[in-house]
Design a protein around this ligand. Structure first.
Ligand code: SIN
Length: 267
């Protein structure tokens, strides 16, 4: 197995492993370590049935049961959800910087995304390191952020996606989270779900939140992954943001997603 970093801040390509067959425990340990080190890992040319895909996910934690109306489960599977943009549709899923399910009390840890159908051009996903974003801040700002909690809500996303569902209750998380594996500090706010600081109004929160949102969007902090059928990305939601780029016009894109429960951070 070869692990090659994509950039010095985020992402690594892993070659030489067939994920459809059971591997020695050491292989999964190395993949997990690469995930901790790089935030997201990428595999190519994987031929996985749904059963093999679920078995792979279980090597890393308990798959969650999808409950979102935006990303429904595929027929016949409890754990696999489908991120689909049909030919001719305008709107995509995940087309803004976010981290999955930050609006939950116990946010999801690992997301696996397996490409089943890729558009002829475009449809890449961007991944940004929120550990690197935190690292770049001044000591003064780090000190201020260390004392803050932020409120997260999926109300905006539910409304934008027109799900007709009531939003989940708001939750709060520390603005700076210590990663439960490895311990690196991570800036845990994101443009899709973070609405204000706890005890502050939205108007008071907006300028500082906007500044923090910009921090994850510096080009040197993100990498870009080009999908082909059989490509698989596995990312750590606690230390990355991602963004599904909606630049493939009328093309069709079908991805199978499994979200794995993992280590919780200190809320
Ligand atoms: C997501 O936001 O979970 C989907 C990302 C993608 O489709 O690239």
């Amino acid at each position: 197995m070869r692990i090659t970093p994509v950039t010095s801040n985020v992402g690594a390509e892993i070659e030489g492993v067939d994920l459809s067959v059971e591997q020695p425990a050491e292989v999964y340990r190395q993949i997990r370590q690469a995930l901790i080190d790089h935030g997201v890992v990428f595999f190519r040319d994987q031929t996985l049935s749904s059963e093999q895909y679920v078995a792979l996910a279980r090597r890393f934690g308990r798959p969650t049961v999808p409950t979102s109306g935006i990303i429904p489960p595929i027929p016949g599977s409890e754990e696999i959800a489908e991120v689909r943009k049909e030919a001719g549709r305008d709107r995509n899923v995940g087309g803004s910087w976010h981290t999955d399910q930050a609006y939950r009390k116990a946010p999801s840890w690992g997301t696996m995304l397996l490409c089943r159908k890729a558009p002829a051009t475009g449809g890449d996903t961007l991944f940004s390191s929120m550990a690197a974003a935190y690292h770049r801040l001044s000591d003064g700002l780090k000190q201020t952020l260390g004392g803050l909690r932020a409120v997260h809500s999926n109300a905006g996303v539910q409304a934008r996606m027109g799900t007709g569902r009531a939003p989940d209750p708001e939750v709060t998380h520390p603005v700076v989270v210590r990663h439960p594996e490895g311990g690196k500090p991570v800036l845990y706010v994101n443009p899709a779900y973070t609405v204000r600081f706890e005890g502050w109004t939205e108007a008071e929160s907006r300028p500082l939140l906007e500044f923090l949102f910009q921090q994850g969007q510096h080009p040197e902090l993100f990498c870009r992954f080009r999908w082909r059928p059989g490509s698989l990305a596995f990312w750590d939601n606690l230390q990355t943001w991602h963004f599904a780029v909606n630049d493939y016009g009328a093309g069709e894109r079908v991805m199978h997603r499994i979200v794995v429960e993992g280590p919780e951070f200190d809320h």
